[in-house]
Design a protein around this ligand. Structure first.
Ligand code: BTN
Length: 255
């Protein structure tokens, strides 16, 4: 933790590293007094959560498993951008520190550009004035250790030895900078260049997609853009427009 703190140069208010815990997201959500820019890193999680109550497994030492807590000044209506902001940041940091090219599947899965398999997931949860953003990134995970065939790791993408601390520092430095830029303009993703960076990073845009909503609705159309709240705009086959929030989606796939 000291090495990490020193490398971050004081820009993160609280940096904690633990051997193991249930879920770093759950821990920070329960920590109601945690300051803005808190980080909790775990070597292992017993009850890692993914989106939609799915699990998240990562063998100890093979991945990066951590959560950050932020207290944005930007209006709550813009907070939908936070997981997208994190996806853009991860993409930049992974390219810089591991030399692996990735794209973002809307809203915030990180996919290997080479084969479209999933490298990292992001889980953002709100508690009052705070947002906890959890990141699980497969670093040296082997084929046998991966829970599903559609997952991959930086090592499997040919990254070689990746220094996890260096990678984490790259992620946190970039995350802090992007968060500050976004917060400074009141969460306006267009004004701080975030929307442009997301459009470039996102491989879902311009594709024909089938979306299954949590309420069972099925939408087919072309993923056209993202709006000021980070929602996906889909032009349906009949020429109408659907606005899809990240929290409404059960499943999204290209067709
Ligand atoms: C997903 O793809 O569904 C999101 C996965 C998020 C996993 C991370 S690991 C660190 C943090 N703690 C958790 O329990 N979940 C997130």
């Amino acid at each position: 933790a000291d090495e990490l703190r020193a490398a971050l140069g004081g820009r993160w208010a609280r940096v904690q590293v633990v051997e193991q815990t249930g879920s770093t997201n759950a821990d920070l959500l329960a920590d109601t007094g945690a300051p803005d820019r808190s980080v909790l890193v775990a070597e292992a999680q017993q009850a890692g959560r993914g989106r939609l109550d799915r699990g998240w497994t990562s063998p100890p030492g093979a991945g990066l498993t951590f959560s950050v807590l932020v207290r944005p000044a930007a209006p709550i209506a813009t907070w939908g951008w936070l997981p997208l902001l994190t996806g853009v940041t991860l993409r930049e940091a992974v390219s810089e520190a591991a030399g692996v090219e990735v794209s973002v599947k809307w809203p915030n899965d990180l996919l290997a550009a080479a084969d479209g398999r999933k490298l990292a997931g992001i889980l953002a949860q709100t508690s009052g004035e705070a947002v906890v953003i959890g990141i699980g990134l497969n670093v040296s995970t082997s084929d046998e250790e991966l829970p599903v065939e559609t997952a991959t790791s930086l090592a499997l993408c040919g990254a070689g030895e990746v220094d996890r601390t260096r990678l984490l520092v790259a992620i946190l430095n970039r995350l802090d900078a992007r968060l500050a830029q976004w917060d400074d303009v009141g969460g306006d993703a267009e004004a701080c260049g975030l929307a442009a960076a997301y459009r470039e990073a996102c491989s879902t845009l311009r594709l024909r997609v089938a979306v299954t909503a949590l309420d069972g609705r099925r939408i087919e159309g072309v993923a056209r853009d993202v709006d000021s709240a980070g929602r996906l705009l889909v032009t349906t086959l009949d020429g109408g427009e659907s606005v899809i929030g990240a929290g409404d989606v059960e499943h999204l796939r290209p067709i």
